[in-house]
Structure formats: C-alpha cells, structure tokens
Design a protein around this ligand. Sequence first.
Ligand SMILES: [Fe+2]
Ligand SMILES: [Fe+2]
Length: 209
Amino acid sequence: MDAGRRSFNLSYMLGLHSLTPKNWAEQALARPEHLLLDHYFCELKAAAMAQRTLKLYGKKYPVLKKLMIELAAEEMTHAEQCQRLLANHARVQPERGGNPYAQGLRKLAHASGGTGDFLDMLLLCSLIEARSAERFKLLADTAHGTELGRFYEDLFASEVNHYVLFVGLGADYFGEQRTLARLEELRAGEAALIRSLPGGPRMHSGPQV
Ligand SMILES: [Fe+2]
Ligand SMILES: [Fe+2]
C-alpha cells in the first residue's frame, strides 16, 4: 500500500484533522531513547487518566469500573514495555516543563461542572488515543522489521481500540449526534494545537522535528 493511500485510510479511520508527515517518524526514531522516555510517561498518564475517570464517574456510570480497570492495566503494560526497551539505550533526562500537548488539550475542554465535562473528558481521551495510534502506525512503518517496529505495530492496534472505546462511551451516554458534533469541534482544536507545538522526539510533538 502506498503512503498516500495509507494516510487516507488513517485519516478516514481516526478522523484527525491534521495528518503527521512521514518524516516526523524518521526524525523521531533518530533519537529513540528520547522518544521512548516521553512515550513511557504518556503511558503512565494514560493509566492514571483511566483511574481518574473511574474515580470521578464510576459511581454514576458503573460500566466504567471493568472498562477503566482493564484499560489502566493495559496502559501500565505498555509503560513496562517502554521501560524494557529503554534499557537498551543510553539514559536521558525527561523534558522539562510538562507535556504541552496534554496542557493544550485541557484548555479545549469544557470545565463548567455540567455533563459536558464528562463528554469532553471522554472525547479528549479518544483524541489522544487517535493521535497516538496515527503516530504508532508511522513509527511501525518506518521501523518495519525491527523489534521497535513490532512494538509500535502492536500499540497501534491497541490504541485504535481505545479510541473506539472512548467515542463509543460518549455515544452511549450522550447520544451519537451530540458526541460526533463535539468530537468534530475538538478535532479541529487538536489539529491546531499539534501544528503549533515545537518539534522534537516526543509522541505528541509538532510536525517539524
Ligand atoms: Fe497505551
Ligand atoms: Fe491507550
């Protein structure tokens, strides 16, 4: 499958408004130790986010209990896989100043205390999963035939499932029409955000590495 066709399919499947160029993966993989360390923290945050979702909304939406416990466990497994791969590389220091992608996404969310808060929380999680899946696919294709390539291929499949899970929960609780309309708004904000971020070997850096 050629690159243009793959990009079309990814864009269609994940609904992202801004596609990452292929050279992002080539340049990110030139510094795998930095990429893996940033990725490790992303997986830890994903596990913490699943636990937070359960804590905040588990009482009101009991179905979350099983789903979020399983999700947190899966994200922790991904973090441990990153850790194992990091052991093959030189130690590096984490970037300072937090994660500008996560900080930027939080600013997009409703924070009124209404039901929109939970819908936005679900949809922001879905967007993080979609963007991660897009980038894992680029990394998998670029590192094809290597241990890292196989790792990213597995994660791609996993994060696509998580993306579907969060959008599905939104549709179950808030209706498909409202969920998809809000998702489109947030997708536009996410695209503008990621285009504005500096480059670098991070999972959610800007497109210029
Ligand atoms: Fe993950
Ligand atoms: Fe995930």
